[in-house]
Structure formats: C-alpha cells, structure tokens
Design a protein around this ligand. Structure first.
Ligand code: PEP
Length: 260
C-alpha cells in the first residue's frame, strides 16, 4: 500500500493573521518556483485559530495545493466552554486536519490520555483527520525505553475508533521538540513500526497499512531525507522550521535529496 507522504507545519503560537498570509504566499510561491509536485507529497500548515479564516480564503482564492488544519479542538461540540473551539467550527472553515495531544498541551495544559481520546473522537465526529501526537520524555525514555510510551499513548488515543477511520500519528519525542536534538532515523523507524502495530491492534491491519506515521522533533531540510528513507516514517511534523517558508519548502521537497 502506498501512502502519500505528509509534511505538516505546526506554527504554534506564532504569526498573526496578516503574517499568516505572507507566510502561506511565500511558501506556495517557493514550492511553485521549484516545480514542486503537490500531488506526490501533501503539505499542510497548522496556524493559530485566529489565522484560519485568512489562510482558508487565500488558499481557496489562489488554488494553492496546500492543506491546513488547527492545532487543537474542544472535546465538546458546543455550549458553555469558554475559550474552547468546536470541531464543527473548524470543519466550517474547511480544515482537513487537527493536531491532538501535542506534548505542549499534554504537559502545559494537563491533557491526559482520556482528554486526548475525547478530542480524537470530537475530530472524527466532525470529519476532521486527527494528527495524534505521541512521544516520551527524557525520563520516560530512560525508564521505559523507546517505544513503550508512544505505543501506550497511541492505543489510548485510538480507543473506540471504528476501523476505517482516517488518522495520522506523529511520533514526537518530547526531548527532541524545539531542542535541536534529533532522534536517529533508526529510532524513528523502530517507533514508527511499533505505532503501526498498535494501529493494527486497535483498529485493523488495513488501517495500519493506510495510516501515515510522522516523525517530529527538530526536523530540518538537512535531516529530513534520513527519516523519509524509513519504511514506517511517512512524513514529518515540523515546528520551528515551518515558520521559514524557504526551509519548510526544502523539507517538503525531500524527494529531491532523499536518494542523495
Ligand atoms: C513540534 O512542535 O511539533 C515540533 C516538532 O517542533 P520542532 O520542529 O521545533 O522541534
């Protein structure tokens, strides 16, 4: 089964709505200048909520081959949840994806596996593909080894999802996020394969074969090729480097240097 590689840019809390327009324009033009084949690699941006309408309008008007999504959503659909954003609203803005369970939310906002699972359910209810982030801290790595925590988080997030539900899982070792420290491609492969087995157990073999598994953690244009050569790494979730359109385009263009 061939999976379309997926390069996703998590802007975190950067870029206001005017800056988001400039960044998406520059990214699209850079890819176009490089004759980038958007049908063979899917590129998506994940701006802050307040940018989504601007990004949607621009991508739609210019027919850019870029997907987009949100960085979080509420586990609830509507009601007295001050500050929450419903998956229904994200779907109404044409979001295709939503990040769920990023370690910055697990750690900074106390998101448990149960909350993450409820958010995955909310995403699926509204036709959004969840990009489920899993990964171990440095202490968990020392205590449990490489795959145990990401596998347990994957199983918890997928609990109760019917077979045939599209999901993306991003393996993001917490110690590699924004630190410049990078997992080796071999470790990313080992964990990617373990996550794929967990998807098979939680959903089905077909889902495991179809689901895209990303690596995230200090990915740059200079190190993406090593990850993309791994059979169980189907793309990258990129934080810091996604704010630089030239660098992010370089990551999206990994097929140009993956054989190098
Ligand atoms: C992230 O926040 O998902 C991430 C991978 O960040 P960075 O690329 O900056 O390590």
């Amino acid at each position: 089964m061939s999976r379309r590689p997926f390069i996703a840019g998590n802007w975190k809390m950067n870029m206001d709505h005017l800056q988001s327009i400039a960044l998406v324009q520059k990214l699209a033009w850079t890819l176009k200048d490089a004759k980038f084949d958007g049908s063979s690699v899917e590129v998506a941006v994940f701006p802050p909520f307040t940018d989504l309408r601007s990004v949607q309008t621009l991508i739609d008007a210019e027919r850019f081959t870029l997907a987009f999504g949100a960085q979080d959503l509420s586990p609830h659909d509507a009601g007295a949840y001050t500050g929450d954003v419903s998956g229904a609203f994200l779907k109404a803005l044409d979001c295709s994806y939503v990040i769920v369970g990023h370690s910055e939310r697990r750690q900074g906002h106390g998101e448990t596996d149960e909350i993450v699972a409820a958010k995955v359910q909310a995403a699926v209810r509204h036709g959004l593909v969840p990009v489920i982030c899993v990964g171990e801290t440095e202490a968990e790595l020392a205590e449990h080894g490489t795959s145990a925590v990401p596998v347990a988080q994957t199983k918890a997030a997928l609990a109760g999802l019917p077979a045939g539900t599209p999901v993306v899982v991003a393996y993001e070792p917490v110690w590699a996020i924004g630190t410049g420290k990078v997992a080796t491609p071999e470790v990313a492969q080992e964990v990617g394969a373990a996550i794929r087995a967990a998807i098979a157990e939680a959903m089905s073999d077909e889902d495991a074969a179809a689901s895209r598994i990303l690596y995230g953690g200090s990915v740059k244009s200079g190190n993406i090729a090593g990850f993309m050569r791994q059979p169980d790494v189907d793309g990258a979730l990129v934080g810091g480097a996604s704010l630089d359109p030239t660098e992010f385009a370089g990551i999206a263009r990994f097929p140009d240097h993956v054989g190098a």
